[in-house]
Design a protein around this ligand. Structure first.
Ligand SMILES: [Mg+2]
Length: 396
């Protein structure tokens, strides 16, 4: 039986959430990530900003030049994650076979769901309506017999698009698309193809498999199949995230230890909130610092036992920071959590914290405040334990 795969991808996710929540930003070029002073990197640009050529992963300094009237906003990951949970709940109500690629993007295998909910196109339509009703946001969906084509499809009619690529139309649809539309082509591969004059997927598909193998080794035969729209990879709901991280670029190089630790604390809450939401634990904590000369230093510590506790992550990061000189100033600071594993069967700090939720959270904060003395580094507006708890999924 032919498979029915959807690729669902929210439109300009972070920027769309900002425009939803702040009506005065609608219709304006919104750029999430990066500062108006040109620090940091763009994480999402609204469609208004994209018209100026701004896109994600672009250095903010370039975005400012292209779009001087852009509204630059710092990312509010906590709010975005809450929406992410909402959309994944919708996805999972149609099939258990949901493979998340990021906070706003997933593959869904709905082959077995069609008896219950209607054919794949109907299911995609229902998901789009439900996402719009529950989040006031739009999602673009590609419907196809495999992951490759579903992913290409979701991108063809953005924003708010629904694109179906049936088997009999695969060759016609792929033929004139740029080869770069094939997901996962590295820069080296793209350059090699470019230098051989290969621009479209159709041109790529015309090459003998042997040529591609000569150019790219094993990847050549994969590319040969992909260029024909062939992709047998299953949708894998168990695909584990390898790491999560949060980082910030300062508006001015930072030399104040209190301020650096305050950021670490904020990241610790943000990241462990995310771990708990996804029922994961992390074993390795990595601190990342970049100095004004763009030199990046990282220090890691592997815990005896994996954790999802903000306090443990913070204290580990704090210790790592204490081993590094910051006198020259810090341009960027971040925390990464890796060696992630499912929380089931492991130690779950969150359960412990849950039981005595408010008291424990407050105690932890008080303890940290106490160590830092007066002029505490933890104003309530930063930590917002109440806010974080209320965003816990209903299942907890
Ligand atoms: Mg998206």
């Amino acid at each position: 039986m032919e498979r029915a795969i959807l690729h669902a991808d929210m439109d300009a996710f972070y920027a769309a959430i900002e425009q939803r929540d702040r009506p005065e930003l609608r219709g304006r070029p919104v750029i999430v990530g990066g500062t108006p002073e040109g620090r940091g990197v763009v994480s999402t640009a609204s469609y208004e900003a994209r018209r100026f050529g701004v896109h994600s992963a672009m250095p903010a300094v370039t975005a400012v030049r292209l779009c001087p009237d852009g509204v630059f906003l710092p990312p509010d990951m906590r709010r975005y994650r809450a929406v992410s949970q909402q959309i994944f709940e919708i996805f999972r109500s149609y099939t258990p076979l949901v493979e998340g690629l990021s906070s706003d993007e997933a593959f869904l295998d709905v082959t077995g769901s069609q008896r219950l909910f209607g054919d794949a196109v109907t299911i995609a339509g229902r998901i789009r309506v439900e996402v719009r009703e529950k989040t006031q946001l739009t999602v673009s969906i590609g419907v196809a017999p495999n992951k490759l084509l579903a992913k290409i499809g979701s991108d063809l009619d953005k924003p708010d698009g629904l694109t179906v690529i049936p088997t009999e139309r695969v060759a016609a649809i792929l033929r004139d698309l740029p080869a770069s539309r094939i997901p996962g082509l590295g820069r080296r591969v793209q350059e090699r193809l470019g230098s051989a004059g290969i621009r479209t997927i159709g041109q790529l598909a015309a090459l003998p498999c042997r040529t591609l193998e000569e150019w790219f080794g094993d990847f050549g035969s994969t590319l040969y199949r992909l260029s024909r729209g062939q992709d047998e990879r299953p949708v894998d709901p168990g695909r584990e995230r390898k790491s999560i991280s949060a980082e910030t670029t300062f508006a001015r190089d930072e030399r104040d230890l209190d301020e650096l630790e305050r950021r670490l604390l904020s990241f610790s809450h943000e990241l462990t909130f995310s771990l708990r939401s996804e029922k994961l634990l992390a074993k390795t904590v990595t601190l990342k610092l970049r100095d004004p000369q763009f030199r990046t230093r990282t220090r890691s510590h592997t815990l005896d036992q994996a954790t999802d506790g903000a306090r443990e992550v913070f204290e580990t990061a704090q210790r790592l920071l204490s081993g590094l000189a910051i006198r020259g100033g810090v341009r960027l600071i971040g925390i990464g959590l890796s060696q992630l594993r499912p929380a089931e069967g492991g130690r779950q700090l969150s359960l412990l914290e849950d039981r005595t939720k408010d008291r424990d959270a407050t105690a932890a904060l008080d303890g940290i405040r106490a160590r830092f003395g007066k002029g505490a580094i933890l104003p309530a507006r930063l930590v917002e334990p109440g806010a974080a708890e209320s965003e816990r999924p209903a299942t907890e």
